[in-house]
Design a protein around this ligand. Structure first.
Ligand SMILES: O=C(O)CCC(=O)C(=O)O
Ligand SMILES: [Fe+2]
Length: 766
């Protein structure tokens, strides 16, 4: 194979010319066909990050020569397969291609698109660096770059070839480990922050009946087309100070509130337009973190002074993360491998037998084991023994791909000059650093437009088939990481949820009540991969607090059905269960403030940050520290869709799992859950139907009942009611007056649907 590289005539990049072997040429050619002018994503063995090659590459069909230009970086080109792509070329954002090295020595190509189909052929080629072009900054002065080495490799297989080029330019090296990046000061005061004396002051007024949960109201309408935006010219301003995307309102203008508002620094892409040209960080260094960045990034939506009477203490409640047990494989009727235990747990995480009996199962034809992920890619959600391979359009799904983001990266299709590229990379780093700094200083950060409208719409469409099968969200209480007791009280937590693990995400069909239904979660998978990337590659290296993140929970899809459903104030991880970062992605196009449903985030320490209300608008990603930031979901008056992911710290998680194994807590006992739920049900029920009356006698009876409960039930109740201990629960309950009982009941009802909307049997699962 022949190869040459050198500074191009314009002096703004290195031009590479490669003579490809016939098989490789065919692969590149076909991929170019599949991807249109998107990105070719290539993962080569020994190379940590996939390479992203903007397409089309110019292939001369007569000579087999390929030319392309790189501004900087290391290019390792591994092609080991030939793809056959019938049908029309896919040009949408879901088109993607990846080369990934499988278990052993052979290479495979995976090519996925909504309408195409690839035949995988094994190849064999090591990740070999063939040539290196080293002259840091050379393209700043044309003519000084040089090829310092060339080599050639003839692949053993005619269909496999490797070409490598490394071009160094230290000017665009991204920030790496936090130790290498001096932490900049907290975000500066935004000079153009808009403030208003009235907006965002109170919980939004209820608009009962305004949303009934139809598909249209759930926001499944077509979003606007993506802007096509040119790259900024050389001379264009790099920072506009534009704050239009960071709607920052402040209720009270006090010095403390001013300072707090100032902390919420709007982050903008800085190129003076509304375009998504910061979507991509084009990472060429295989051994560096690849960074994807949201366009038009902004911080939290509404800054408010703390509410006059903040809700009572944080409940020790959280959400049951993925179960820790290893799955047990079994075989389904139609021959597909089914991990019944895990699927049941994932789909109906109530821990109760009824849900397991009801039993979902996912089905897929037998396929060979998937290849392990290439080293260095973000860790995936819980490892599973019986992995499912999705069969979507006859193609295997790559567990990780950057392509959905890349496909939007107009900056790649219309590459600017080296200087423009460098500016872009710098800006991306700057924004990521701001996000990390904000998270570090205040415990939370919010990114807007991280997920595209198309991806939101696609994911919502994929989830629609599952929506009838969501279960009431569980409040997870107790010290047992991942195995803790769960209790469902819709007044405290009014959403319904669906847990999706890797296996479920990769399934093509599910069976419920003996009925088989098709499903596909490709878009959703991509969205999750994009969030993983933000966390693992964008933030983990920048925050020592996140340095130990090793994996995340399964994805929890949640729908607050409207009608005032909410989730009471709580902290996700109060028991050192391993969860360090909570990341929410909202899927609600056209969400209006009057629909409520804001995520209210409370400061880590009194006065340390503003209380912010973050509306669940589509594409927005909210991040906060799971063990420190109290938060609640304000009553939602329209169906509100969100995806929650929890990222685990390796050390804390391991310790929690060990602790859970050796000392299962009393709250695990089903009897405790039943007793606690029964009492809550009575407490919440209308007086007429409840055993507890707001009279002196009723109060006395309640105090006696609570004191007589088993410890586990008392612990659960204390947690749900936001009381710090069992002692305090008993004291509180024994000193109730008719008045305070009525207030407590009202308070609980106001937290959500209450029994007016939910029958007791649906609001209590034990
Ligand atoms: O949906 C949200 O905004 C937050 C949900 C939440 O707090 C949780 O599931 O723990
Ligand atoms: Fe939460």
């Amino acid at each position: 194979m022949e190869f040459s590289a050198g500074l191009n005539a314009a002096g703004d990049g290195v031009e590479v010319e490669v003579q490809l072997a016939p098989g490789v040429l065919a692969a590149v050619d076909v991929l170019a066909d599949v991807l249109g002018d998107d990105i070719l994503l290539i993962q080569s063995p020994g190379c940590d990050q996939p390479l992203q090659v903007p397409l089309p590459v110019a292939v001369d069909p007569d000579t087999g020569r390929v030319r392309f230009k790189r501004a900087t970086g290391k290019l390792i080109f591994t092609a080991a397969a030939r793809a056959k792509v019938p049908g029309s070329p896919a040009t949408n954002a879901s088109s993607l291609a990846a080369l990934r090295h499988p278990e052993s020595s052979s290479n495979k190509m995976e090519s996925i698109s909504s309408s195409s189909h690839a035949e995988l052929l094994p190849g064999a080629a090591p990740c070999t660096e063939l040539a290196r072009v080293e002259e840091p900054g050379a393209w700043k002065s044309p003519g000084t770059s040089s090829v310092v080495g060339t080599a050639a490799l003839e692949p053993e297989e005619p269909t496999a070839a490797v070409v490598g080029v490394e071009v160094a330019d230290t000017a665009v090296m991204p920030a790496r480990a936090s130790s290498e990046v001096p932490a900049p000061p907290p975000p500066p005061l935004p000079t153009t922050t808009t403030r208003s004396g009235s907006e965002g002051a109170d919980s939004p007024a209820a608009v009962p009946g305004s949303c009934s949960g139809s598909a249209a109201e759930m926001g499944l309408t077509e979003g606007p087309a993506e802007d096509q935006c040119p790259l900024p010219d050389e001379g264009e301003a790099t920072a506009s100070g534009k704050t239009s995307l960071a709607v920052v309102h402040q209720q009270d203008s006090t010095p403390a509130a001013d300072a707090a508002a100032a902390a919420v620094t709007p982050i903008v892409d800085g190129d003076g337009d509304d375009c998504n040209d910061l979507k991509l960080y084009h990472q060429f260094y295989c051994d560096s973190p690849s960074v994807m960045l949201p366009p038009c990034t902004a911080l939290a939506a509404t800054v408010m002074a703390p509410p006059p009477s903040p809700p009572t203490g944080c409940s020790q409640v959280g959400v049951k993360p993925a179960p820790a047990q290893e799955p047990v494989c079994s075989r389904s009727d139609d021959g597909g491998v089914v991990n019944a235990a895990r699927v049941a747990a994932a789909f109906e995480p109530t821990g109760g037998t009824s849900s397991r009996d009801a039993g979902f199962s996912f089905t897929a034809p037998d396929l060979p084991s998937p290849s392990p992920l290439p080293a260095g890619l973000p860790p995936r959600a819980p490892p599973i023994d019986c992995r499912y391979l999705a069969v979507a359009n006859g193609l295997r799904v790559s567990a990780h791909s950057y392509t959905a983001l890349l496909a939007d990266a107009i900056g790649v299709r219309r590459r600017g000059s080296a200087a423009a590229e460098r500016r872009k990379a710098d800006k991306v780093n700057e924004i990521l650093q701001k996000v990390a700094d904000t998270l570090d200083a205040y415990g939370y950060a919010v990114l807007d437009n991280y997920i595209t409208d198309a991806a939101i719409k696609g994911s919502r469409a994929e989830l629609r088939v599952m929506e009838p099968h969501y279960s009431p969200g569980m409040i997870w209480v107790g010290k047992e990481a991942e195995t803790g007791a769960q209790i469902s009280v819709s007044a405290v937590r009014g959403d319904v949820v669906l847990w999706l693990d890797d296996q479920a995400l990769n399934a093509t069909a599910f069976v419920k009540d003996g009925v088989r239904r098709q499903c596909s979660f490709l878009q959703l998978q991509q969205m999750l991969a994009d969030v993983d990337e933000l966390v693992f590659e964008g933030l983990r290296p920048r925050l020592s607090y996140l340095a130990g993140l090793h994996r995340r929970s399964d994805a929890m899809m949640a729908v607050y059905p409207g009608k005032g459903a909410r989730f009471a104030k709580h902290v996700d991880n109060t028991t050192m269960d391993g969860r360090r970062l909570t990341v929410l992605t909202y899927l609600n196009p056209d969400w209006q403030e009057k629909q409520g449903g804001a995520l209210r985030l409370f400061p880590i320490r009194e006065g340390a940050a503003p209380v912010v209300d973050v509306l669940p608008v589509a594409g927005r990603v909210a991040l906060f520290l799971s063990a420190e930031v109290a938060h609640e979901v304000m009553p939602a008056y329209a169906p509100r869709h969100a995806v929650t992911l929890w990222y685990f710290d390796a050390g804390e998680h391991a310790a929690a799992l060990t602790a859970a194994k050796v000392m299962p807590g009393p709250s695990c006992k089903p009897t405790a859950q039943t007793a606690a739920t029964a009492l809550l049900r009575d407490l919440l029920a209308d007086e007429a139907s409840s055993g507890i009356h707001a009279t002196l006698e009723g109060c006395k009876e309640l105090g006696t009942r609570v004191a007589a409960l088993e410890l586990g039930a008392q612990q659960l109740l204390a947690a749900v009611l936001g009381l710090p201990s069992v002692t305090s629960l008993i004291e509180t309950m024994q000193s109730l007056t008719p008045e305070s009982l009525r207030m407590r009941r009202e308070e609980l009802r106001n937290m959500g649907l209450g029994t007016q909307h939910h029958a007791p049997d649906t609001s209590a699962h034990v």
